[in-house]
Design a protein around this ligand. Structure first.
Ligand code: PEP
Ligand code: MN
Length: 356
């Protein structure tokens, strides 16, 4: 199925000279004037495709949900004026119909939509018989099969210009990013499906404009084919994703910072994986320390109880049972016995000190 997909050069959207290819524009199409002015401002920066959401999937029903089909003529006008190709997000068959009628150049499928195979199938059916390029964002969760399943659904209706957008995954792990990149996931896809064009959306990974540049650079360093970057003339006043959009000037600086040559990419891939693993270790260490602090607090409460009831602080039976249990659980989890004994020796000592 994947072997029928066309390389990016044959999509008719991007020139073959420039890598990474750049898609940029505001999160939402907020007004005709805003769309035109942004398109004008970024058309000279090396951007080839203009993005703007007409239909916005929002968490709250009170939030701005986009101008819908009414915004599509603004994109067409932006194309006429600047020569940029134009694309928007589709999340329903009615959206596809409106996009085809308006004659946009491409669409993307958002993270919330990729999560729903019924919807993806319907959108794919609505695109059957066209050759519209489709970029599929990853689902919110780390489900590669769901992501690639959506790509397959588009390929199965005969679309050949299908790519993916990595926009990070929602996670409970504490992070400065809105969505965690888990670089090993797109890197594995790149290795197993080298012909599947892959984009990165640093804006939605970052959730904060300060981090967009570093993520964009990492994506380029590891060999992504393109970037989708949210850009707004006045980001702080944007009606959606105000914290993560950058100005055209910042976009220009960011694009100039993407400098690494392809020969450095193996190193960069290794570095990205290393950074990913290290960030996970750091998060786990934080969690370990918080858990240890909680454990010591409880030990202290036990100490007070023992004092009130004049029980000895050290109760060898309890300590032996605790140690045996830790060794047993540690063994099941693949941990070395001496390591577990040493670790619990230290923990036990700290607990006892809290109890005196
Ligand atoms: C968007 O591109 O503005 C968007 C809604 O993205 P995502 O589906 O990645 O959240
Ligand atoms: Mn957005």
């Amino acid at each position: 199925m994947f072997s029928k997909l066309l390389p990016l050069d044959e999509w008719g959207l991007f020139s073959s000279e420039r890598r990474p290819v750049i898609i940029s524009g505001p999160c939402s199409a907020e007004s005709r004037e805003g769309v035109l002015a942004t398109a004008r401002a970024i058309s000279a920066l090396g951007v080839e495709v203009f993005r703007a959401g007409a239909w916005k999937p929002r968490t709250s029903p009170q939030s701005f949900a986009g101008f819908g089909a009414d915004a599509l003529p603004w994109l067409v006008e932006a194309r006429q004026e600047t020569g940029l190709k134009v694309m928007t997000e589709v999340a329903a068959t009615t959206h596809v119909e409106a996009v085809l009628k308006a004659g946009l150049d491409a669409v993307w499928v958002g993270a919330r939509t990729t999560t729903n195979p019924f919807l993806v199938q319907e959108i794919a059916e609505a695109l059957r018989g066209t050759d519209l390029p489709v970029l599929v964002k990853n689902p919110m969760s780390q489900e590669v099969a769901l992501w690639l399943g959506a790509v397959e659904r588009f390929a199965a209706v005969g679309l050949r210009k299908v790519g993916i957008i990595h926009r990070g995954f929602s996670s409970c792990e504490p992070s400065r990013y809105r969505n965690l990149p888990y670089w090993q996931i797109p890197l594995e896809i790149q290795q197993t499906l080298p012909n599947l064009p892959i984009f990165c959306d640093p804006s939605h990974i970052a959730g904060n404009r300060s981090y967009v540049g570093e993520i964009a650079n990492q994506a380029v360093d590891v060999g992504f084919d393109g970037l989708m970057l949210e850009c707004h003339l006045h980001p702080e006043a944007a009606l959606s994703d105000a914290t993560q959009q950058i100005t055209p000037t910042e976009l220009s600086q960011l694009l100039r910072s993407l400098s690494r040559s392809r020969s450095d990419q193996a190193d960069a891939q290794m570095q990205a994986l290393l950074d990913d693993y290290r960030a996970r270790i750091d998060r786990l260490d934080e969690e370990l320390l918080r858990l240890l602090a909680q454990r010591l607090d409880i030990a202290e409460q036990i100490g007070q109880l023992k004092q009130q009831h004049q029980l000895p602080v050290i109760q060898p039976d309890r300590w032996n049972r605790l140690q045996d249990r830790a060794v047993r659980i540690g063994h099941q989890a693949g941990l070395d016995e001496t390591f577990v004994r040493n670790l619990f020796h230290l923990i036990h000592q700290a607990s006892i000190e809290r109890q005196f």
